[in-house]
Design a protein around this ligand. Sequence first.
Ligand SMILES: Cc1ncc(COP(=O)(O)O)c(C=O)c1O
Length: 410
Amino acid sequence: MEKNSSGYFSWWQRPDLCYQDDQLFFAGNTVQHLIDEHGTPTFVYSGQRVAENIQRLKTALNATTLKDRYSILYAMKANRFQPLLQLIRQQKSVGIDACSPDEVALAVKCGFHPSQISFTAGSLSQKDVARLNEFDGLFMDCDSIHAIRTWGELNSGSEIGIRVNPAIGVNRENNDALQYAGAVTTKFGVYKEQFLEALQVAEQYKLSVTKIHFHTGCGFLTAQLTQLDKVIETCLWFVDNCPTVKRVNVGGGLGVPHVFSDQPLNLAKWAGVLEKHFAHRDIHLEMEPGEYIAKDSGILLLSKTFLEKKRQTLFLGVDAGFNIAPEPAYYKLPFQPAPLTDPSLTPIEYLEKVMVVGNINEALDVWYEDALLPDMSDEANLVLINAGAYSSSMASNHCMRGEFKEILLD
Ligand SMILES: Cc1ncc(COP(=O)(O)O)c(C=O)c1O
Protein backbone atom coordinates (compact mmCIF):
# COMPACT_ATOMS: atom_id res chain seq x y z
CA MET A 1 0.00 0.00 0.00
CA GLU A 2 1.15 3.55 -0.65
CA LYS A 3 2.19 5.76 2.28
CA ASN A 4 -0.72 8.18 1.85
CA SER A 5 -4.28 6.92 1.88
CA SER A 6 -5.00 7.72 -1.76
CA GLY A 7 -3.67 4.33 -2.94
CA TYR A 8 -6.03 2.50 -0.63
CA PHE A 9 -9.04 4.36 -1.99
CA SER A 10 -8.06 4.90 -5.61
CA TRP A 11 -7.99 1.32 -6.92
CA TRP A 12 -11.76 1.17 -7.48
CA GLN A 13 -12.20 4.74 -8.69
CA ARG A 14 -12.92 5.32 -12.37
CA PRO A 15 -14.45 8.21 -14.30
CA ASP A 16 -18.05 7.23 -13.42
CA LEU A 17 -17.34 6.28 -9.76
CA CYS A 18 -14.99 8.70 -8.07
CA TYR A 19 -14.53 11.64 -5.77
CA GLN A 20 -14.81 15.10 -7.25
CA ASP A 21 -14.70 18.26 -5.14
CA ASP A 22 -14.65 16.07 -2.01
CA GLN A 23 -17.91 14.28 -2.97
CA LEU A 24 -18.51 10.75 -4.20
CA PHE A 25 -20.07 10.63 -7.67
CA PHE A 26 -21.67 7.63 -9.35
CA ALA A 27 -22.92 7.60 -12.92
CA GLY A 28 -23.21 11.37 -13.09
CA ASN A 29 -24.91 11.85 -9.69
CA THR A 30 -23.59 12.69 -6.29
CA VAL A 31 -24.18 9.68 -4.07
CA GLN A 32 -25.67 12.09 -1.51
CA HIS A 33 -28.31 13.03 -4.07
CA LEU A 34 -29.08 9.34 -4.74
CA ILE A 35 -29.50 8.75 -1.01
CA ASP A 36 -31.70 11.82 -0.58
CA GLU A 37 -33.87 10.63 -3.46
CA HIS A 38 -34.09 6.89 -2.84
CA GLY A 39 -33.16 6.31 0.79
CA THR A 40 -31.26 3.27 2.09
CA PRO A 41 -30.65 0.41 1.67
CA THR A 42 -30.71 0.83 -2.11
CA PHE A 43 -28.83 -0.94 -4.87
CA VAL A 44 -27.96 1.49 -7.65
CA TYR A 45 -26.78 0.10 -10.98
CA SER A 46 -25.18 1.95 -13.87
CA GLY A 47 -26.60 0.79 -17.19
CA GLN A 48 -23.73 2.46 -18.97
CA ARG A 49 -21.18 0.45 -16.99
CA VAL A 50 -22.98 -2.81 -17.84
CA ALA A 51 -22.92 -1.87 -21.53
CA GLU A 52 -19.23 -0.95 -21.31
CA ASN A 53 -18.37 -4.25 -19.62
CA ILE A 54 -20.09 -6.16 -22.41
CA GLN A 55 -18.41 -4.05 -25.06
CA ARG A 56 -14.98 -4.64 -23.47
CA LEU A 57 -15.52 -8.40 -23.73
CA LYS A 58 -16.58 -8.08 -27.35
CA THR A 59 -13.62 -5.84 -28.22
CA ALA A 60 -11.17 -8.38 -26.76
CA LEU A 61 -12.78 -11.27 -28.63
CA ASN A 62 -13.14 -9.30 -31.86
CA ALA A 63 -9.38 -8.73 -31.87
CA THR A 64 -8.87 -12.50 -32.26
CA THR A 65 -9.61 -15.00 -35.01
CA LEU A 66 -12.64 -16.07 -32.95
CA LYS A 67 -14.26 -12.80 -34.06
CA ASP A 68 -17.20 -14.23 -35.98
CA ARG A 69 -17.82 -17.37 -33.96
CA TYR A 70 -18.60 -16.59 -30.39
CA SER A 71 -21.69 -15.80 -28.32
CA ILE A 72 -21.89 -14.04 -24.98
CA LEU A 73 -24.65 -15.35 -22.72
CA TYR A 74 -25.23 -13.22 -19.63
CA ALA A 75 -25.52 -15.46 -16.52
CA MET A 76 -28.68 -13.88 -15.14
CA LYS A 77 -28.26 -15.54 -11.76
CA ALA A 78 -25.80 -12.70 -11.11
CA ASN A 79 -28.50 -10.03 -11.27
CA ARG A 80 -32.03 -10.45 -12.60
CA PHE A 81 -33.33 -6.92 -11.95
CA GLN A 82 -35.75 -6.50 -14.84
CA PRO A 83 -34.61 -3.07 -16.10
CA LEU A 84 -31.06 -4.42 -16.14
CA LEU A 85 -32.11 -7.50 -18.12
CA GLN A 86 -33.99 -5.25 -20.54
CA LEU A 87 -30.87 -3.14 -20.97
CA ILE A 88 -28.79 -6.23 -21.67
CA ARG A 89 -31.44 -7.31 -24.16
CA GLN A 90 -30.74 -4.10 -26.08
CA GLN A 91 -27.02 -4.91 -26.43
CA LYS A 92 -26.34 -6.49 -29.78
CA SER A 93 -26.09 -10.28 -29.83
CA VAL A 94 -26.03 -11.06 -26.11
CA GLY A 95 -28.07 -14.02 -24.95
CA ILE A 96 -28.86 -15.51 -21.56
CA ASP A 97 -27.54 -18.32 -19.41
CA ALA A 98 -30.45 -19.39 -17.20
CA CYS A 99 -30.52 -21.96 -14.43
CA SER A 100 -34.19 -22.35 -13.48
CA PRO A 101 -37.54 -22.34 -15.32
CA ASP A 102 -38.49 -19.09 -13.58
CA GLU A 103 -35.29 -17.46 -14.81
CA VAL A 104 -36.18 -18.54 -18.36
CA ALA A 105 -39.70 -17.11 -17.97
CA LEU A 106 -38.29 -13.81 -16.68
CA ALA A 107 -35.75 -13.56 -19.50
CA VAL A 108 -38.55 -14.13 -22.04
CA LYS A 109 -40.67 -11.50 -20.29
CA CYS A 110 -37.73 -9.09 -20.66
CA GLY A 111 -37.63 -9.63 -24.41
CA PHE A 112 -35.24 -12.54 -24.99
CA HIS A 113 -36.36 -15.25 -27.41
CA PRO A 114 -36.03 -18.79 -26.01
CA SER A 115 -33.53 -19.54 -28.79
CA GLN A 116 -31.21 -16.94 -27.19
CA ILE A 117 -31.28 -18.81 -23.89
CA SER A 118 -28.98 -21.61 -22.85
CA PHE A 119 -30.11 -23.57 -19.81
CA THR A 120 -27.64 -25.16 -17.42
CA ALA A 121 -28.85 -26.46 -14.09
CA GLY A 122 -28.32 -29.27 -11.69
CA SER A 123 -30.85 -31.57 -10.08
CA LEU A 124 -33.23 -31.35 -13.01
CA SER A 125 -36.76 -32.59 -12.22
CA GLN A 126 -39.54 -33.80 -14.51
CA LYS A 127 -41.51 -30.77 -13.38
CA ASP A 128 -38.64 -28.51 -14.54
CA VAL A 129 -38.57 -30.20 -17.94
CA ALA A 130 -42.34 -29.88 -18.38
CA ARG A 131 -42.07 -26.13 -17.76
CA LEU A 132 -38.99 -25.67 -19.90
CA ASN A 133 -40.78 -27.33 -22.79
CA GLU A 134 -43.14 -24.35 -22.90
CA PHE A 135 -40.19 -22.39 -24.33
CA ASP A 136 -39.64 -23.56 -27.86
CA GLY A 137 -36.03 -23.18 -28.99
CA LEU A 138 -34.39 -23.22 -25.54
CA PHE A 139 -31.06 -25.07 -25.51
CA MET A 140 -30.46 -27.60 -22.72
CA ASP A 141 -27.06 -28.39 -21.23
CA CYS A 142 -27.36 -31.58 -19.18
CA ASP A 143 -25.10 -31.72 -16.16
CA SER A 144 -25.56 -35.39 -15.25
CA ILE A 145 -26.60 -38.69 -16.78
CA HIS A 146 -29.83 -38.28 -14.83
CA ALA A 147 -30.46 -34.95 -16.61
CA ILE A 148 -29.87 -36.56 -20.03
CA ARG A 149 -32.51 -39.20 -19.23
CA THR A 150 -34.98 -36.73 -17.74
CA TRP A 151 -34.65 -34.38 -20.72
CA GLY A 152 -34.57 -37.21 -23.24
CA GLU A 153 -37.84 -38.73 -22.03
CA LEU A 154 -39.78 -35.70 -23.28
CA ASN A 155 -37.40 -34.37 -25.92
CA SER A 156 -36.20 -37.32 -27.95
CA GLY A 157 -34.58 -36.22 -31.20
CA SER A 158 -33.35 -32.84 -29.91
CA GLU A 159 -29.84 -31.42 -29.64
CA ILE A 160 -28.28 -31.11 -26.20
CA GLY A 161 -25.08 -30.01 -24.53
CA ILE A 162 -23.30 -31.95 -21.83
CA ARG A 163 -21.78 -30.06 -18.92
CA VAL A 164 -18.53 -31.80 -18.09
CA ASN A 165 -16.37 -31.78 -15.00
CA PRO A 166 -12.65 -31.89 -15.84
CA ALA A 167 -11.69 -32.40 -12.15
CA ILE A 168 -9.60 -29.23 -12.37
CA GLY A 169 -10.90 -25.71 -11.85
CA VAL A 170 -10.02 -22.04 -12.12
CA ASN A 171 -11.27 -19.54 -9.59
CA ARG A 172 -10.31 -16.56 -7.44
CA GLU A 173 -6.90 -17.09 -5.86
CA ASN A 174 -6.98 -18.87 -2.50
CA ASN A 175 -10.77 -19.08 -2.46
CA ASP A 176 -11.79 -22.70 -2.81
CA ALA A 177 -15.41 -21.86 -1.98
CA LEU A 178 -15.52 -20.49 -5.54
CA GLN A 179 -14.28 -23.73 -7.12
CA TYR A 180 -16.80 -25.90 -8.98
CA ALA A 181 -14.37 -28.55 -10.17
CA GLY A 182 -11.09 -29.76 -8.70
CA ALA A 183 -9.65 -32.36 -6.36
CA VAL A 184 -12.89 -32.47 -4.36
CA THR A 185 -15.73 -34.27 -6.14
CA THR A 186 -18.63 -31.88 -6.86
CA LYS A 187 -22.17 -32.24 -8.18
CA PHE A 188 -21.36 -30.19 -11.28
CA GLY A 189 -21.08 -31.98 -14.60
CA VAL A 190 -20.21 -35.36 -16.02
CA TYR A 191 -16.75 -36.71 -15.16
CA LYS A 192 -14.38 -38.25 -17.68
CA GLU A 193 -15.04 -41.79 -16.46
CA GLN A 194 -18.83 -41.30 -16.92
CA PHE A 195 -18.63 -39.63 -20.32
CA LEU A 196 -18.94 -42.73 -22.49
CA GLU A 197 -22.03 -43.83 -20.59
CA ALA A 198 -23.45 -40.29 -20.91
CA LEU A 199 -23.02 -40.46 -24.72
CA GLN A 200 -24.66 -43.91 -24.80
CA VAL A 201 -27.66 -42.68 -22.79
CA ALA A 202 -27.96 -39.67 -25.12
CA GLU A 203 -27.97 -42.03 -28.10
CA GLN A 204 -30.62 -44.20 -26.44
CA TYR A 205 -32.92 -41.14 -26.38
CA LYS A 206 -31.85 -40.09 -29.89
CA LEU A 207 -30.32 -36.91 -28.51
CA SER A 208 -27.53 -35.36 -30.53
CA VAL A 209 -24.74 -33.98 -28.33
CA THR A 210 -23.69 -30.81 -30.11
CA LYS A 211 -22.20 -28.84 -27.22
CA ILE A 212 -19.62 -29.40 -24.49
CA HIS A 213 -20.08 -27.08 -21.55
CA PHE A 214 -17.86 -26.46 -18.56
CA HIS A 215 -17.82 -23.86 -15.79
CA THR A 216 -15.20 -24.73 -13.20
CA GLY A 217 -15.05 -21.74 -10.86
CA CYS A 218 -15.59 -18.04 -10.28
CA GLY A 219 -13.59 -14.88 -9.82
CA PHE A 220 -10.40 -15.60 -11.75
CA LEU A 221 -8.08 -12.70 -12.59
CA THR A 222 -4.99 -12.44 -14.81
CA ALA A 223 -2.75 -14.49 -12.52
CA GLN A 224 -5.10 -17.46 -12.89
CA LEU A 225 -5.11 -17.51 -16.71
CA THR A 226 -2.42 -20.20 -16.83
CA GLN A 227 -4.83 -22.34 -14.83
CA LEU A 228 -7.66 -21.51 -17.26
CA ASP A 229 -5.35 -22.68 -20.01
CA LYS A 230 -4.98 -26.07 -18.25
CA VAL A 231 -8.72 -26.33 -17.65
CA ILE A 232 -9.47 -25.83 -21.34
CA GLU A 233 -6.70 -28.24 -22.34
CA THR A 234 -8.27 -30.89 -20.08
CA CYS A 235 -11.76 -30.24 -21.42
CA LEU A 236 -10.65 -30.72 -25.01
CA TRP A 237 -10.55 -34.45 -24.27
CA PHE A 238 -14.36 -34.36 -24.06
CA VAL A 239 -14.59 -32.36 -27.28
CA ASP A 240 -12.28 -34.82 -29.06
CA ASN A 241 -14.36 -37.75 -27.86
CA CYS A 242 -17.66 -36.40 -29.12
CA PRO A 243 -17.66 -36.13 -32.92
CA THR A 244 -21.04 -34.35 -33.10
CA VAL A 245 -19.84 -31.30 -31.12
CA LYS A 246 -20.28 -27.94 -32.86
CA ARG A 247 -20.16 -25.63 -29.84
CA VAL A 248 -18.08 -25.30 -26.69
CA ASN A 249 -19.28 -23.24 -23.75
CA VAL A 250 -16.34 -22.18 -21.59
CA GLY A 251 -18.58 -20.92 -18.76
CA GLY A 252 -18.16 -17.70 -16.84
CA GLY A 253 -15.83 -17.07 -13.93
CA LEU A 254 -14.19 -13.84 -15.11
CA GLY A 255 -13.55 -11.84 -11.97
CA VAL A 256 -13.28 -8.19 -11.00
CA PRO A 257 -10.96 -6.69 -8.36
CA HIS A 258 -12.31 -6.76 -4.81
CA VAL A 259 -9.38 -5.39 -2.80
CA PHE A 260 -6.67 -2.85 -3.53
CA SER A 261 -4.08 -5.56 -4.23
CA ASP A 262 -6.18 -7.11 -7.05
CA GLN A 263 -5.32 -6.23 -10.65
CA PRO A 264 -8.13 -6.10 -13.23
CA LEU A 265 -8.43 -9.12 -15.50
CA ASN A 266 -6.41 -8.65 -18.69
CA LEU A 267 -9.06 -9.43 -21.30
CA ALA A 268 -6.62 -9.52 -24.21
CA LYS A 269 -4.73 -12.31 -22.44
CA TRP A 270 -8.00 -14.09 -21.57
CA ALA A 271 -9.12 -13.94 -25.21
CA GLY A 272 -5.63 -15.12 -26.19
CA VAL A 273 -6.05 -18.28 -24.10
CA LEU A 274 -9.33 -19.01 -25.87
CA GLU A 275 -7.78 -18.32 -29.26
CA LYS A 276 -4.85 -20.61 -28.53
CA HIS A 277 -7.20 -23.57 -28.08
CA PHE A 278 -9.96 -22.82 -30.57
CA ALA A 279 -8.38 -20.89 -33.46
CA HIS A 280 -7.85 -24.07 -35.47
CA ARG A 281 -11.02 -25.88 -34.50
CA ASP A 282 -14.30 -25.61 -36.34
CA ILE A 283 -16.17 -24.72 -33.15
CA HIS A 284 -18.55 -21.92 -32.15
CA LEU A 285 -17.56 -20.62 -28.73
CA GLU A 286 -19.95 -19.60 -25.98
CA MET A 287 -19.15 -17.88 -22.71
CA GLU A 288 -21.51 -17.02 -19.90
CA PRO A 289 -20.10 -14.37 -17.58
CA GLY A 290 -22.21 -12.95 -14.77
CA GLU A 291 -19.84 -11.22 -12.36
CA TYR A 292 -17.79 -9.52 -15.06
CA ILE A 293 -20.86 -7.93 -16.65
CA ALA A 294 -22.80 -6.86 -13.58
CA LYS A 295 -20.71 -6.71 -10.43
CA ASP A 296 -18.88 -3.42 -10.71
CA SER A 297 -21.96 -1.76 -12.20
CA GLY A 298 -23.59 -1.61 -8.78
CA ILE A 299 -23.17 0.07 -5.43
CA LEU A 300 -25.18 -0.37 -2.25
CA LEU A 301 -26.28 2.79 -0.45
CA LEU A 302 -26.39 2.42 3.33
CA SER A 303 -26.97 4.51 6.44
CA LYS A 304 -24.76 4.37 9.49
CA THR A 305 -26.60 3.10 12.56
CA PHE A 306 -23.84 3.12 15.16
CA LEU A 307 -20.14 3.59 15.72
CA GLU A 308 -18.83 1.98 18.87
CA LYS A 309 -15.60 0.54 20.19
CA LYS A 310 -15.93 -2.85 21.87
CA ARG A 311 -12.67 -4.00 23.37
CA GLN A 312 -10.07 -3.34 20.67
CA THR A 313 -12.50 -3.29 17.75
CA LEU A 314 -14.27 -0.25 16.34
CA PHE A 315 -17.63 -1.32 14.89
CA LEU A 316 -19.52 0.64 12.29
CA GLY A 317 -23.11 -0.61 11.97
CA VAL A 318 -25.26 -0.07 8.88
CA ASP A 319 -28.95 -0.48 8.10
CA ALA A 320 -28.69 -3.71 6.07
CA GLY A 321 -27.17 -7.11 6.64
CA PHE A 322 -25.59 -9.97 4.74
CA ASN A 323 -29.02 -11.33 3.83
CA ILE A 324 -29.47 -8.72 1.08
CA ALA A 325 -25.99 -9.27 -0.38
CA PRO A 326 -24.58 -12.58 0.91
CA GLU A 327 -21.29 -12.78 -1.02
CA PRO A 328 -19.01 -11.12 1.55
CA ALA A 329 -20.30 -13.42 4.31
CA TYR A 330 -20.65 -16.64 2.30
CA TYR A 331 -17.69 -16.36 -0.03
CA LYS A 332 -15.41 -13.99 1.87
CA LEU A 333 -15.45 -11.55 -1.03
CA PRO A 334 -15.26 -8.14 0.64
CA PHE A 335 -17.29 -5.24 -0.76
CA GLN A 336 -15.08 -2.21 -0.20
CA PRO A 337 -16.77 0.48 1.92
CA ALA A 338 -16.50 4.04 0.67
CA PRO A 339 -17.47 7.19 2.57
CA LEU A 340 -19.35 9.95 0.78
CA THR A 341 -16.60 12.52 1.33
CA ASP A 342 -13.15 11.98 -0.08
CA PRO A 343 -11.15 9.85 2.40
CA SER A 344 -7.92 10.17 0.48
CA LEU A 345 -7.59 13.69 1.90
CA THR A 346 -7.03 12.07 5.31
CA PRO A 347 -3.37 11.16 5.94
CA ILE A 348 -3.04 7.40 6.26
CA GLU A 349 -1.98 7.56 9.92
CA TYR A 350 -5.38 9.07 10.72
CA LEU A 351 -7.35 6.26 9.11
CA GLU A 352 -8.95 3.86 11.56
CA LYS A 353 -9.41 0.12 11.31
CA VAL A 354 -13.16 -0.47 11.32
CA MET A 355 -15.31 -3.59 11.23
CA VAL A 356 -18.38 -2.81 9.13
CA VAL A 357 -21.34 -4.90 10.30
CA GLY A 358 -25.02 -5.29 9.44
CA ASN A 359 -28.31 -5.55 11.32
CA ILE A 360 -28.83 -9.32 11.29
CA ASN A 361 -28.56 -11.50 14.38
CA GLU A 362 -25.95 -13.83 12.94
CA ALA A 363 -22.24 -13.97 13.71
CA LEU A 364 -21.38 -14.00 10.00
CA ASP A 365 -23.08 -10.67 9.42
CA VAL A 366 -19.90 -8.79 8.66
CA TRP A 367 -19.55 -6.61 5.55
CA TYR A 368 -15.85 -5.89 5.91
CA GLU A 369 -13.58 -7.08 8.65
CA ASP A 370 -10.79 -4.53 8.70
CA ALA A 371 -11.69 -1.56 6.55
CA LEU A 372 -9.50 1.51 6.80
CA LEU A 373 -11.74 4.56 7.09
CA PRO A 374 -11.42 8.18 8.15
CA ASP A 375 -13.24 9.26 11.31
CA MET A 376 -16.87 8.34 10.59
CA SER A 377 -18.43 10.13 13.61
CA ASP A 378 -19.96 12.88 11.48
CA GLU A 379 -20.82 10.72 8.46
CA ALA A 380 -24.42 9.53 8.10
CA ASN A 381 -23.88 7.21 5.15
CA LEU A 382 -21.58 4.77 3.47
CA VAL A 383 -21.61 2.87 0.18
CA LEU A 384 -20.33 -0.59 -0.64
CA ILE A 385 -18.89 -1.05 -4.09
CA ASN A 386 -19.13 -4.19 -6.29
CA ALA A 387 -22.72 -4.78 -5.19
CA GLY A 388 -24.03 -5.31 -8.73
CA ALA A 389 -23.86 -9.11 -8.85
CA TYR A 390 -24.77 -11.97 -6.54
CA SER A 391 -26.29 -9.43 -4.15
CA SER A 392 -29.98 -8.64 -4.68
CA SER A 393 -30.34 -11.87 -6.70
CA MET A 394 -29.29 -13.89 -3.64
CA ALA A 395 -31.20 -11.81 -1.08
CA SER A 396 -33.43 -13.36 1.56
CA ASN A 397 -35.86 -12.03 4.11
CA HIS A 398 -33.88 -13.40 7.02
CA CYS A 399 -34.91 -11.73 10.31
CA MET A 400 -37.59 -10.02 8.20
CA ARG A 401 -35.02 -7.46 7.16
CA GLY A 402 -35.19 -8.21 3.47
CA GLU A 403 -36.42 -4.85 2.22
CA PHE A 404 -34.32 -2.84 -0.22
CA LYS A 405 -34.77 -0.74 -3.35
CA GLU A 406 -33.14 -1.23 -6.74
CA ILE A 407 -32.54 1.56 -9.24
CA LEU A 408 -31.03 1.44 -12.71
CA LEU A 409 -29.38 4.65 -13.88
CA ASP A 410 -28.76 5.21 -17.60
C1 LIG B 1 -23.00 -22.76 -15.10
C2 LIG B 1 -22.61 -21.37 -14.75
N1 LIG B 1 -22.33 -20.52 -15.75
C3 LIG B 1 -21.99 -19.24 -15.50
C4 LIG B 1 -21.90 -18.77 -14.22
C5 LIG B 1 -21.51 -17.34 -14.01
O1 LIG B 1 -20.34 -17.24 -13.29
P1 LIG B 1 -19.63 -15.84 -13.06
O2 LIG B 1 -20.63 -14.92 -12.49
O3 LIG B 1 -18.52 -16.15 -12.13
O4 LIG B 1 -19.14 -15.37 -14.39
C6 LIG B 1 -22.16 -19.62 -13.15
C7 LIG B 1 -22.03 -19.13 -11.78
O5 LIG B 1 -21.91 -19.83 -10.84
C8 LIG B 1 -22.55 -20.96 -13.43
O6 LIG B 1 -22.82 -21.82 -12.45
